[in-house]
Design a protein. Structure first.
Length: 329
């Protein structure tokens, strides 16, 4: 319990730092979001309109500490400001609509890549120098070196444009009405297949190589030899003893990858015009939508910190050495 409380306290401190940086960075940057919006609308800078927009974007002449207090109060109530690009839509609404698409595409693809790549790496290391191991090595290195955006463009051109098997853009057809019916779910899956497969196929190779190398080191350890001497079945030794110890570095990488998945894959989502967080981030940067960039950065930072906190707690469950160290502390 002391270990969890200590880690949770550190989590709160880092979240506070992320929130503070998220507050300070836009206010230290040159420019004014209200003036940028008026310039985009090709309107005249009427002082009253400019003042009203500045209030909406949280730009006041109050002392910085008062602005910070107001910012924290709004943050507690889920108010992240107003988007410039989609004015007057709140940033929280845009993130709430985009995040499920990214989690459904990149999040699921990340989990599948981790599971498949880890499982294949376990079998390759357990059957080292056998046929499967000699085949998967070059394949995994090739898949890990293929640029995701290049494969995405190639798949979009061939399977979408030439063959016409899959849609070219967006997350569902323009004529479809969102619901939970099977035709709409099938339409969503068809739109998600190409970007999801492009991400999945280029991610599996890295997980395979990492798990194989970890397993090779663990298989030669004394506790694995002792388990074999006890006459335990190979499958139990492979998963319960060797894989459980070898998977620990991959768990850390999986937490980082899952955090990045929440931030979206900007290139893949932009190529397929998939309305996820990555696509919104690219659009916000090109249109200088600072409130939207600020909101996405905050969500990404908090998710990364929370996932790392969960992994640190999970480590104490998976690795007995961590539990011993915690108990001695």
């Amino acid at each position: 319990m002391r270990y969890i409380v200590r880690k949770f306290g550190a989590l709160l401190v880092f979240i506070w730092i992320a929130i503070t940086l998220n507050f300070l960075i836009p206010r230290l940057m040159p420019g004014n979001p209200a003036e940028n919006l008026i310039a985009r609308m090709k309107g005249r800078a009427d002082p009253r309109v400019l003042h009203a927009l500045m209030l909406q974007f949280g730009i006041t002449r109050q002392p910085l500490w008062q602005q910070y207090g107001t910012y924290l109060w709004q943050l507690v109530h889920g108010q992240l400001g107003t988007s410039i690009e989609y004015y007057p839509v709140p940033v929280s609404t845009i993130i709430g609509e985009s995040l499920p698409w990214t989690l459904g595409l990149i999040g699921v693809a990340t989990v599948l890549a981790f599971g498949i790549g880890t499982l294949l790496g376990i079998f390759a290391a357990w059957r080292r120098n056998k046929l499967f191991d000699s085949i998967q090595g070059p394949i995994s290195m090739f898949l890990g070196s293929v640029p995701q955006f290049w494969l995405a463009l190639l798949m979009l051109w061939y399977f979408g444009f030439v063959k016409g098997w899959f849609p070219l853009d967006h997350s569902y057809s323009s004529t479809a009405i969102p619901n939970l019916s099977l035709p709409f779910v099938w339409d969503v899956l068809r739109h998600a297949f190409l970007p999801g497969f492009a991400f999945l196929i280029t991610s599996i190779g890295g997980w395979m190589l990492a798990m194989r190398n970890n397993m090779i080191q663990v298989v030669s350890d004394d506790f694995v030899s002792f388990a074999r001497a006890k006459g335990l079945r190979d499958r139990r030794i492979m998963f319960t003893y060797a894989a459980r110890s070898a998977i620990l570095p991959n768990v850390t990488q999986f937490a980082i990858a899952l955090g990045y998945a929440v931030g979206g894959q900007i290139l893949i989502e932009t190529i397929f015009s998939y309305p996820g967080i990555g696509f919104q981030m690219a659009s916000a940067v090109s249109d200088q939508d600072y409130p939207l960039i600020q909101g996405i950065f905050l969500v990404f930072s908090v998710v990364m910190l929370v996932t790392n906190f969960i992994v640190e707690i999970l480590y104490a469950r998976l690795d007995p050495r961590v539990r011993v160290g915690v108990a001695q502390a």
